[in-house]
Design a protein around this ligand. Sequence first.
Ligand SMILES: Nc1ncnc2c1ncn2[C@@H]1O[C@H](COP(=O)(O)OP(=O)(O)OP(=O)(O)O)[C@@H](O)[C@H]1O
Length: 251
Amino acid sequence: MTVPALAIFHLTKSFDRPVVQDLDLTIKAGEFYALLGPNGAGKTTILRMVAGLLQPDVGDISIFGIDARRDPIAAKRLVAWVSDEPMVYDRLTPLEYLEFVAGLWQVEPKKAQAKADELIDWLGLRPHANQLCGGFSMGMLQKVALAGALVHDPKLIILDEPLTGLDAGSARTVKDVLLGKVRDGVTVIMTTHILEVAERMAERIGVIKEGRLLAEGTLAELRTRIGRESSLEDIFLDLVAQSGETDAVAA
Ligand SMILES: Nc1ncnc2c1ncn2[C@@H]1O[C@H](COP(=O)(O)OP(=O)(O)OP(=O)(O)O)[C@@H](O)[C@H]1O
């Protein structure tokens, strides 16, 4: 069996209350996986633990077979994390920012420059490549942050709400870049509240509520589970409502 891109076992995290509860999740290499869930379901918390930005209370995270808790540096080398709050240095141009990030990853300078040029063109940033990021709109900053996350050729790309705030053209560009990456064999995990995007792009969809996986599968599998031909929006709302009823019965 091939090693999964991501395998999570018994992942658990509490803040003032339990936020991620004994979560198991496996994502195959080369898969496009969408993580859905209502506000506060724990999606960002899960992904931040996978990206090594937050320590789990309990549980194991394996990235392409590397134990991310034992060997975080090796695991992080394989991962790109794209937050919904782009962090880019105001006083650098996109090209300078990409050079800086490539330096942190110790990408060989010639390769880094070629990669930066490719990403700048892919993301339509060429006209702004030499302007300071400080004057950029949120959408442009998101694209620069995405380029920065891809500069070291990650095998697993994790994105938290990557399309929020993007205009239609920019959203299309980002979607095309991600689909292109999946075609190249890269694994993508993305949270989104735009169910149409998950429906169109993701091969598998996981629905999270209160830090637990309510259901996962292809759209067809989720439809079978619900027992009727529905849109992802209907399936999602049904699943979330059903789990509320179950909780109410259990309580
Ligand atoms: N650092 C933190 N300290 C305390 N509570 C936190 C922290 N980070 C997240 N939480 C809480 O954990 C819960 C889950 O948050 P999280 O951001 O993971 O949810 P989400 O599913 O990504 O939600 P959304 O769709 O609204 O972005 C929320 O109640 C949030 O307030």
